[in-house]
Design a protein around this ligand. Structure first.
Ligand code: ADP
Ligand code: ZN
Ligand code: MG
Length: 479
């Protein structure tokens, strides 16, 4: 049998770091990148006798995430201890939620080749992150940094509804953009604030029982996730085709070799001995509390996308790219308010801005200029103050040293020459220097006109108004 005879089943557990200012059970800051162990206190270092106090914002953000993903919000919830030993977990238990998660039974809608598909969410619960081990090759040991210990997380568990690596990517992108829109997480994958445990199994088509799954933990790049899934599908099918059985185990994906390897600890055989944390009170939420949070939800990506298709007649593809990021989407709408030219804003975002983001590996949120400045740039083109080719240079400058586009063209002397006298002067000069082109044009070679315009552009270092040049050359050539 071949790969076509198998069905792929994938379920994800996504961890998103919440962007609260302080940790989940103490008032330590959560900023990324501080010197090791500078954002710690007796509570998050697990000193005996300390007591955790639940950060209200964490509940609010988790409820917000639940509402934005169509979950039912539990009126009664609690925190439980998940017991295990690990060097970066000083309490030897993690405070999480077991049988009463804050949110349950939601779904996220994705676009697939076959149309829209709902991926069901089993639950969303709150928990604390662990610290970080830094393996020190020189000293031959490991150093513990507890800055991250106690940073609040939500864990979003999906049902095994995903059927391919493409669906996984679509799901993760949609989920990430929803969390960004509701501003509960910055979802910076490279900083680990949005990461996924990927559970993969295969079964023969037509089988009703799920196959045995393997799990790859803490994956934080789309590319690795796709590669790891594809590798794991092939590996599992090979095992079965060879008459073997897939073992339920935790695997480590190695980006360099492009393979998965078993992790030595048998995570899945573990018994966490969950029990309610006696140091924390139950979480009881009123209807009014939930209603108030519902009222703060902004328009979500799916709805914005539909609106852009209707209101601005964007293509499905462009609308998807722009609405995937709240920042790009806000940039789009803000710039339109300034220049009233949606087509142009769409083009600039999809082409030049996206290209620069790709080349510099920048996230949209890191774009250094604002929507007003983008709008002004487009007005300058529409008014004929600068040409499109100059505008592209202005944009690069806006990325490098963000300031108003007018200031940039003033400083650089990039204003387009639209003065008739000045244009005429250039046209005459170019014609005089290129008698052969005049002859060519008169002999019916239209390409000669393009050459002359090009020469005039060179002469003015790209600053001449191209429409005016064209027109004036035509007039002179007719004479
Ligand atoms: P844990 O990994 O903590 O033991 P669960 O057993 O609830 O938790 O499963 C976690 C994830 O694994 C869920 O996202 C679920 O959809 C997925 N999953 C469960 N069984 C399978 C399977 N046979 N194949 C693929 N994914 C699965
Ligand atoms: Zn602390
Ligand atoms: Mg798991």
């Amino acid at each position: 049998m071949s790969r076509e005879d198998y069905e792929v089943i994938i379920g994800l557990e996504v961890h998103a770091e919440l962007s609260t200012k302080t940790k989940i059970f103490c008032s330590c800051p959560t900023k990324f990148g501080a010197a090791p162990n500078t954002q710690t206190c007796p509570i998050c270092m697990a000193m005996p006798g300390t007591l955790p106090v639940l950060n209200e914002k964490v509940v609010e953000y988790a409820v917000k995430a639940g509402l934005a993903t169509n979950c039912e919000i539990s009126r009664n919830s609690k925190n439980d201890r998940k017991n295990y030993f690990y060097p970066d977990l000083p309490k030897a238990y993690q405070i999480s939620q077991y049988d009463q998660p804050l949110c349950e039974h939601g779904y996220v809608e994705i676009d697939t080749k076959e149309g829209k598909k709902k991926i069901r969410l089993t639950r969303i619960h709150i928990e604390e992150d662990a610290g970080k081990l830094n393996h020190d090759e020189f000293a031959g040991g490991s150093l513990v940094d507890l800055n991250r210990a106690g940073v609040p997380l939500i864990e979003i568990v999906s049902e095994p509804d995903l059927r391919s690596s493409e669906e996984v990517e679509a799901y993760l992108r949609r989920l990430k953009s929803i969390l960004e829109y509701i501003e509960v997480s910055d979802c910076k994958m490279q900083e680990g604030s949005f990461r996924a445990d990927v559970n993969v199994s295969v079964r023969k088509k037509g089988d009703s029982k799920l196959g045995t799954r393997t799990e790859m933990k803490n994956m934080n790049s789309f590319r690795s996730i796709t590669r790891a899934i594809e590798y794991e599908i092939d590996r599992q099918i090979d095992v079965i085709e060879d008459g073997g059985e897939v073992e339920q185990e935790t695997l480590r994906w190695d980006d360099v070799s492009g393979k998965t390897f078993p992790m030595r600890d048998k995570e899945d055989a573990q018994d966490y001995r969950y029990f309610p944390d006696p140091d924390l009170v139950a979480i009881k939420l009123s209807e009014e509390y939930i209603e108030n949070i519902k009222n703060t939800l902004p328009e979500l990506p799916e709805s914005r996308k539909e609106r852009y298709l209707k209101e601005y007649e964007l293509s499905e593809k462009d609308a998807n790219i722009i609405t995937a990021s709240k920042y790009l989407s806000d940039l789009f709408e803000g710039a339109i308010k300034v220049c009233h030219n949606p087509k142009a804003v769409n083009n600039w975002i999809i082409s030049d801005i996206s290209r620069i983001l790709n080349e510099t590996e920048m996230e949209p949120i890191e774009i250094p200029f604002d929507s007003k400045q983008l709008g002004k740039l487009i007005i300058l083109i529409d008014k004929g103050t600068i040409s499109t080719s100059i505008a592209k240079k202005v944009l690069v400058e806006m990325f490098e040293h963000p300031r108003d586009p007018e200031d940039i063209i003033d400083e650089k002397g990039w204003v387009q020459i639209s003065d008739e006298g000045a244009i005429k002067e250039v046209v005459l000069k170019v014609l005089e220097a290129n008698p052969q082109s005049i002859a060519d044009y008169k002999a019916g070679k239209d390409r000669a006109l393009g050459f002359l315009v090009g020469q005039a552009m060179k002469e003015t270092r790209g600053k001449a108004n191209p429409q005016m040049l064209n027109q004036m050359f035509l007039e002179e050539l007719k004479k």
